[in-house]
Design a protein around this ligand. Sequence first.
Ligand SMILES: Cc1cc2nc3c(=O)[nH]c(=O)nc-3n(C[C@H](O)[C@H](O)[C@H](O)COP(=O)(O)O)c2cc1C
Length: 214
Amino acid sequence: MSDLKELRQLYSEQGLSQSGVEANPFAQFNIWFDQACASDTAEANGMCLSTVSADGKPSQRTVLMKGYDEKGFVFYTNHDSRKGNQIRNNTSVSALFPWLALHRQIIIEGEVSRVDDETSLAYFHSRPRGSQIGAWASKQSHRLASRAVLEEQIKEVEARFEGQSIPLPEFWGGYRIVPKRFEFWQGRNHRIHDRIIYQWLASELVWQTERLSP
Ligand SMILES: Cc1cc2nc3c(=O)[nH]c(=O)nc-3n(C[C@H](O)[C@H](O)[C@H](O)COP(=O)(O)O)c2cc1C
């Protein structure tokens, strides 16, 4: 196995340039994501998701990115959670991958929409049974009187579905962020960092890159 400390050093020396990055930001994401997974970065697929309330107030939380391709970045959650309610009112979101050990971050901005039920069901059933029960039992983001109440709800759900396959809750599923903007940030010495952004030019159907001041 390679020395990860050395690897990190190498990255910060490597830098980012408009001519050196991939023309397609998903391909660039792929390269960096593979490197994050191969490093000692914890939960490389954890992203900080920002949403905005109906009255324009932002909030954020970590969610796990459970799939990505050229269509976008998928995560799963409760549709009636705080974030789910905010998304219902405003589909503009931002997500940030904080790969601090690599001196890197990627920020994506775009519009979010629900994935189809088959995709959500397939993912739901790929989760451990305990997590499926947890999704049913937890009214995510709603006030809970005590942990004992939650444990009671879990017991009820276990009893309800005993010996059966657990159905997809109608209040739970996936969302796909379709990015319109990416930023790749690479830390460099003396705070002279590299920032390359990609913006989707809908009129020309191309991604345009620009370098931003650090
Ligand atoms: C490492 C990590 C991974 C998480 N992954 C998810 C996730 O994939 N989906 C989810 O709904 N919540 C996830 N959470 C919990 C959320 O951060 C958050 O507490 C929850 O979704 C409720 O957020 P909300 O009240 O803003 O809707 C994760 C938390 C952490 C720290």
